[in-house]
Ligand binder design. Structure first.
Ligand code: TXA
Ligand code: MG
Length: 317
């Protein structure tokens, strides 16, 4: 844990550049940050949080111009951003196909959640790093969001390579998440920017939580109608492959005979496998094959999130 000096922020930027994890304050809560363009680093976030599912993460950028490099700001999105950024508002928008962002950061969705934080420390870190920073709240899965650096240390121990301490968060509640990717605006998670404020300025705004569901249940990848599912059927726990199947391997075992084989991680490393999951599913999802046979993945650590995602993708909609 280090105070937010210029030297500490430079060190933090270097850690991010090297694929490491840095916990840092925003005006809402502390975030656990990683380079949003580095699949492996983003996979480390999920491993550090011990989350059994891949939920999409928020990508932090320094301003609207930076945000516009990664997503479409059509309709009211630009006005929302102009009105509430920097600040406690996260916008879910269609991601550019060539955004360069990690696929895991969106949990395979074709949207991305973007936020411009107002906190000076977060802004300085974004400037020092010079790229987008993926950051969920810096707590272990199931724990409450941290509003002080000590909370991060208590919840995540030594998982972050560095924790920047800049005192308590002024808001202390996560950002409001608004889905601006469709026809109508929809609040997925309530926060400091209120529904009333949004409705006053932007007219009709739907409230996903009115259905008694949280952003997590409504928009977690498995619940989303438009979540990325392969068009080919998946055959899980496959230790052999047919000649008309593609094979998604894990570890050293490579059954012969598949039409094409890709390996999530030849060395059996679950963080590497998580980082490769969405890209390899997409690569193998071709009509040339009848199905994708997937090797057994150990159901431990990040393997639980990988298996959760595979099971959902294997269940026809
Ligand atoms: O205040 C905050 O928002 C903090 C600070 C660090 O920025 N971050 C935070 O992140 O709370 P996290 O990962 O704990 O929550 C992200 C929320 C989740 O509810 C997630 O489902 C939603 O944003 N989300 C992210 N990407 C999404 C997407 N593409 N579609 C729908 N929901 C998304
Ligand atoms: Mg959270």
């Amino acid at each position: 844990m280090k105070p937010a000096t210029a030297a500490a922020l430079d060190e933090a930027a270097a850690i991010l550049g090297g694929g490491g994890l840095v916990a840092f304050p925003t005006e809402t809560v502390y975030g656990l940050g990683a380079d949003a363009c580095n699949e492996r680093a983003v996979a480390r976030i999920f491993a550090a949080k011990g989350r059994p599912q891949f939920n999409p993460l928020i990508v932090h950028v320094k301003d609207l111009a930076a945000a516009a490099r990664y997503a479409d700001f059509d309709g009211p999105a630009k006005a929302l951003a102009a009105r509430f950024w920097p600040g406690p508002l996260t916008l879910v928008l269609p991601r550019h196909a060539d955004s360069g962002l990690s696929l895991l950061v969106s949990a395979g969705l074709d949207t991305v959640a973007l936020r411009v934080p107002a906190h000076p420390c977060a802004q300085k870190l974004l400037a020092a790093f010079g790229g987008p920073i993926a950051a969920p709240s810096a707590n272990a899965s199931g724990a409450v969001s941290p509003t002080r650096a000590e909370h991060v240390a208590q919840s995540l121990g030594s998982e972050p390579d560095l924790i920047i301490d800049d005192g308590p968060c002024s808001i202390g509640l996560e950002s409001t998440v608004v889905d601006a990717s469709g026809e109508t605006l929809c609040v997925l998670r309530h926060g400091a920017v209120t529904l009333e404020e949004l409705r006053t300025e932007f007219g009709s705004v739907a409230d996903a939580s009115a259905a008694g569901e949280t952003a997590e249940t409504v928009k977690s990848p498995g619940m989303l109608a438009r979540h990325y599912a392969t068009s080919l059927p998946l055959r899980l726990d496959a230790t052999s492959a047919d000649p008309d199947e593609a094979y998604l391997a894990f570890g050293e075992a490579l059954p012969p005979g598949a039409a094409r084989t890709e390996n999530l991680s030849p060395s059996g490393d679950l963080t590497e496998a998580a980082a490769n999951l969405f890209a390899l599913l997409r690569a193998l999802d071709s009509q040339e094959y009848k199905a994708i046979a997937v090797a057994p993945i150990p159901d431990e650590g990040l393997g639980r999130a990988i298996n959760d995602r595979l099971r959902r993708a294997a269940t026809p909609a």
